[in-house]
Design a binder for this molecule. Structure first.
Ligand SMILES: Cc1cc2nc3c(=O)[nH]c(=O)nc-3n(C[C@H](O)[C@H](O)[C@H](O)COP(=O)(O)OP(=O)(O)OC[C@H]3O[C@@H](n4cnc5c(N)ncnc54)[C@H](O)[C@@H]3O)c2cc1C
Length: 462
């Protein structure tokens, strides 16, 4: 660790008090545990990990970092590639500051610090409510909402960012701001979709929905799976094309090319969801049952438990990444080509056998909000959502090449046809993440106003 950061940390201890936990010993188990992330891609070792336990300590830490020009990143759930920094900077780890408070009458919830998606879903369900939280239980809920938030019930609730009512945020000068429609409408516009680039959000107030909006009395959604041999992909794709485009049934899910353990037999798995009366799922997915899959199962699951059972995907370590791109339609021919790319990938990189190339659909469009925001995904119902997973660092470049190839095939040549997802990537043309000239211009102006030196990343400054 550099001597100057060490010296600066003494200043922080003096201003924030002795109770503030700061880890600096890289050979210490506590340090190593806190430095772990969901993915090892580009993971670095910071000079220090600071663990504030209150909003006041968080503010003091940001003020110290700004005053001493020490670069930092914030960590909530640690499920992105961006909450990591090398020895030139520090991590502000919010693990010790977390909370959720539900107001059942107002149908809102206050989220604090590093509260996780599953914790939010359970607290809401206990109060007879739900919100569009993401598909991973241990994802930090606040970054998920700030970055757009694609979820199970988007057609009922809108995107995650559409549910943001207000925030408390520490800005690039270390000031705490109340971000509401009345006080800071432009900043609220930015936080709803580009929020990770404007400040450290200590608190979000989100809108919630009564469980009855799921279309049944039990607060459940139907989850099912259909397994086909990969050789039947063309046949399945034809049926899926019709099913995905049919908005008379609220179907959604993933068409997955994979080879799950222990057999490692290549299969096509339709991981399906149905929102409404769970008894109607049989009708909605009738055409898939008619194809007589190798295996088919399904049943109602309480919405707060919809993402249980994914522990293996959620665990920290190894090389993982989502390759995501928003699309206009499902193209069966392109999908066949993607199968060939996936086969080549797992043949050439056996350590990437857990990688699945997936097409994600939602038969109904996302609910449109009645306000403008940074989020520009409301016309997207289809995604190529590849799950990259390999264990050998030497495969890194090759695996990315295969992923890029498959994305290129699915999106086709016309850039106006597709969108990038701000919760999934920070590279590539930024206008694909914040689409429409006016939106990007407005965000760039706001970034210049609120964070001109790039304290919270240089995104929107470049
Ligand atoms: C298994 C898995 C499933 C996923 N499923 C979905 C999904 O269904 N829908 C979806 O939209 N996304 C999904 N994502 C993406 C996920 O929502 C984003 O990567 C999210 O930003 C992760 O948040 P985190 O707190 O876990 O990660 P972190 O790495 O801790 O943080 C993510 C980013 O936000 C910044 N940040 C952290 N806390 C704050 C804060 N309080 N204020 C400001 N910035 C902050 C960090 O510096 C970092 O840049 C998934 C990711 C994984 C790994």
């Amino acid at each position: 660790m550099s001597a100057s950061i060490l010296h600066n940390l003494d200043q922080l201890r003096a201003s924030a008090g002795k109770a503030l936990e700061i880890l600096t010993n890289q050979s210490d188990v506590a340090f190593q545990d806190r430095a772990k992330r969901w993915t090892d891609i580009d993971r670095k070792t910071p000079a220090a990990i600071i663990l504030p336990a209150s909003e006041e300590e968080i503010q003091k830490t940001v003020q110290w970092a700004v005053e001493t020009s020490v670069p930092f990143v914030i960590k909530s759930g640690g499920h992105s590639e961006w909450s990591t920094i090398d020895g030139s900077g520090v991590i502000i780890d919010l693990s010790k500051y977390a909370g959720v408070e539900v107001d059942a009458r107002a149908q809102t919830a206050i989220l604090r610090g590093s509260i996780l998606s599953k914790e939010v879903a359970v607290a809401l369900a206990d109060a007879g409510l739900f919100a569009a939280v993401g598909n991973g239980n241990p994802i930090g809920a606040i970054p998920y909402f700030l970055g757009g938030g694609v979820a199970i019930a988007t057609s009922i609730t809108g995107y995650g960012s559409d549910q943001v009512i207000s925030a408390r945020m520490i800005d690039a000068k270390g000031n705490i701001l109340e971000v509401t429609e009345e006080k800071e409408p432009d900043l609220l516009f930015a936080l709803r979709g580009a929020g990770q680039f404007f400040g450290l959000v200590t608190q979000l107030v989100i809108k919630a929905h009564p469980l009855a909006a799921l279309g049944n009395d039990q607060g459940v959604i139907w989850l099912g799976s259909f397994v086909f041999p990969l050789e039947r992909a063309d046949e399945v794709a034809k049926v899926m094309k019709v099913l995905m485009d049919d908005s008379s049934h609220a179907t959604a899910g993933l068409l997955m090319i994979m080879s799950p353990p222990p057999q490692r037999q290549p299969i096509l798995l339709v991981s399906a969801r149905y929102t409404g009366n769970p008894d109607d799922a049989k009708v909605a997915y009738g055409p898939l049952y008619d194809l007589q899959p190798l295996a088919a199962q399904g049943g109602p699951v309480p919405i707060q438990n919809a993402n249980d059972g994914h522990e293996a995907y959620n665990a920290p370590g190894t090389f993982k990444r989502f390759g995501v791109v928003g699309l206009r339609r499902f193209d069966g021919e392109a999908f066949s080509k993607v199968i060939k790319v996936w086969k080549k990938l797992v043949a050439e990189c056996p350590d990437a056998a857990d990688t699945s190339f997936n097409f994600q659909w939602e038969s109904r469009p996302a609910k449109q909000p009645d306000f403008e925001s940074a989020n520009s995904l409301h016309d997207i119902r289809y995604w190529q959502n590849n799950f990259i997973w390999h264990t050998d660092a030497a495969s890194r470049g090759k695996v990315d090449e295969f992923n890029d190839k498959s994305i290129e095939i699915m999106r086709g040549p016309d850039r106006s046809e597709y969108a990038d997802f701000q919760n999934g990537t920070r590279t590539g043309p930024i206008e694909l993440r914040f689409r429409g000239d006016r939106k990007l211009e407005k965000l760039k102006e706001l970034k210049k106003k609120w964070d001109p030196t790039g304290v919270f990343t240089t995104q929107l400054l470049d």
